[in-house]
Write a protein that binds this ligand. Structure first.
Ligand code: ZN
Length: 134
């Protein structure tokens, strides 16, 4: 497997997320002090500042909060992908993620549409969570 796309930098905070994504599981953080779920990964809770954040497997269910259709590639690496959908989806657990909606024509995507996570394997180490119609 190989890709010409820019790869995410795996850091101490994000390594558990990418490890789970490689197994095609979507993991997010939950604060053991206040119960808040959060994404993106942080070393503390963005709500109560506790450092007791733990990783959980998310349901993978979400709804489209807003989206746009990209028709001009932002770089040559994405030239073969246009048109594609960049969306903010709100996970069933609460946090919002920026992602792509795949598995349907861009014109079919709508705000409020139920979606579920799916994964694209870009390299042996990096699988990218995306969302498809549920
Ligand atoms: Zn908290």
């Amino acid at each position: 497997m190989a890709t010409n796309k820019p790869l995410p930098a795996v850091t101490l905070e994000t390594a558990p997320y990418w490890d789970a994504a490689r197994r095609h599981e979507l993991h997010i953080q939950r604060c053991a002090a206040c119960g808040q779920h959060q994404f993106y990964p942080r070393i503390y809770c963005a709500q109560c500042f506790s450092n007791r954040v733990e990783w959980i497997k998310a349901s993978g269910r979400a709804k489209v909060t807003t989206f746009t259709i990209v028709r001009r590639p932002v770089s040559p690496a994405f030239a073969d992908d246009v048109p594609y959908v960049v969306a903010l989806v709100t996970l069933a657990e609460g946090p919002t993620m920026m992602t792509n909606i795949v598995g349907c024509a861009p014109e079919k995507v709508a705000i409020g549409m139920p979606v579920e996570v799916t994964f694209e394997d870009w390299t042996e180490e990096i699988s990218i969570p995306k969302f498809k119609p549920a």
